[in-house]
Design a protein around this ligand. Structure first.
Ligand code: SAH
Ligand code: SF4
Length: 351
């Protein structure tokens, strides 16, 4: 059955017209789906009953079935969604400094195959559509008390499964829906990417107000390629694209650096990162590797702190993220880590 999530107000107005209904009905549909977050036509009480029945027979509001909800001690909630014909995706909701952060997936699995990442190691099973991405946000907000989602203080981070820039069109379209249909501000949205230069430049044109996070992880091509086996471009080209992005948007970029013991956590690595980023409008989030069943290990806490301190001495803004969400088979370590890193970056920005 066709589902309506993912359609813009304009498309819903056209749908109404095709059903011999006034355009107003399309706008009502959009308000119920994106602002009130309802998931059945029956709840749309200002639509005529006969129209609700017709819609129920022909369409669904959302695509996925929520097949699991797990909550950890510290209020981190993970939702597992099954998209028919595609597979499982997950999103995570966590409170963060008086706001709600929601982490969404853009693909099922990931084609990049990063050596340290659970999504990368699980293979690639398909792209999610813009509607699927927005649906994750709506699902995570289902228990929210706000009458209008635009009033809820929500941050959306594209840090779940998948590489957003390998599903670029749907990623950008989902951002437009979050902004225009749900009323979420561009600056409350962050996209994390391994960094495809062409897409970074395009993103500066398409969504200059959305926050951009680049997964760097290593200062040299050799090491970076070892960690990011596919779609990994030379560091020089990556940083040239980031410089263009900053020149175009005047926005500060975040770099993410997952710290792995004995691999990329040396003093010389920190110095090299310093040399690369020193003069850039950026912030580095240093994130100790979260165990995902590989042979990698996170460095000792002290060593992580020392790496971060070295970056600062090199003149680069850097924050070591605090560990949170333990006890957590309940929540995906990876997603949690990224949201926390984002949180930290914001704190630093506010300071
Ligand atoms: N594909 C995008 C976005 C999803 S991954 C990207 O790679 O940026 C989001 C972040 O989680 C990335 O910075 C990634 O490096 C990080 N990550 C993946 N696995 C991790 C792990 N086991 N421990 C800590 N961070 C991890
Ligand atoms: Fe894909 Fe990001 Fe995981 Fe790498 S870290 S495999 S790019 S999801």
């Amino acid at each position: 059955m066709e589902c309506l999530i993912g359609k813009s107000t304009e498309q819903l107005e056209q749908l109404a017209a095709s059903m011999q209904q006034p355009a107003l009905r399309g706008r009502q549909l959009a308000r119920w789906m994106y602002r009130r977050g309802v998931s059945s036509f029956d709840e749309m009480t200002d639509l005529p009953k006969s129209l609700r029945a017709t819609l129920t027979n022909s369409f669904a509001v959302r695509a996925a079935t929520v097949v699991g909800v797990t909550r950890s001690d510290d209020e981190v909630t993970k939702f597992a969604l099954r998209f028919p014909g595609l597979g499982y995706a997950e999103c995570v909701r966590m409170p963060s400094r008086g706001r709600t952060a929601i982490c969404v997936s853009t693909q099922i699995g990931c084609p990049v195959g990063c050596a340290f990442c659970a999504s990368g190691q699980s293979g690639f099973h398909g792209n999610l559509t813009a509607g699927h991405i927005v649906e994750q946000v709506l699902t995570a907000l289902d228990s929210s008390d706000d009458d209008d989602i635009a009033q809820a203080s929500v941050n959306v981070v594209y840090m779940g499964m998948g590489e957003p820039f390998l599903n670029y069109e749907h990623t950008v379209r989902s951002i437009r829906l979050l902004r225009t249909e749900m009323g979420i501000g561009a600056r409350s949205i962050t996209v994390s990417t391994i960094g495809l230069p062409k897409r970074i430049r395009q993103f500066a044109e398409d969504e200059p107000q959305v926050n951009l996070a680049i997964s760097l992880h290593a200062p040299t091509d050799k090491l970076r390629r070892q960690l990011i086996p596919r779609r990994c471009c030379p560091v020089r080209e990556l940083l040239a694209a980031v410089r263009d992005y900053i020149a175009l948007t005047n926005r500060r970029v975040s770099f993410e650096y997952v710290l792995i013991a004995g691999l990329n956590d040396g003093r010389s690595d920190a110095r090299r990162v310093g040399e690369l980023l020193r003069d850039m409008l950026c912030h580095v989030n240093v994130i100790p590797y979260n165990a995902t069943g590989t042979d990698f290990r996170a460095p000792m806490r002290q060593r992580c702190a020392a790496f971060c301190e070295l970056l600062r001495q090199e003149g680069v803004n850097a924050t070591l993220r605090a560990s949170r969400g333990r006890g957590a088979e309940a929540a995906c370590g990876q997603l949690r880590a990224r949201m926390e890193a984002e949180d930290r970056a914001e704190s630093a920005e506010d300071a």
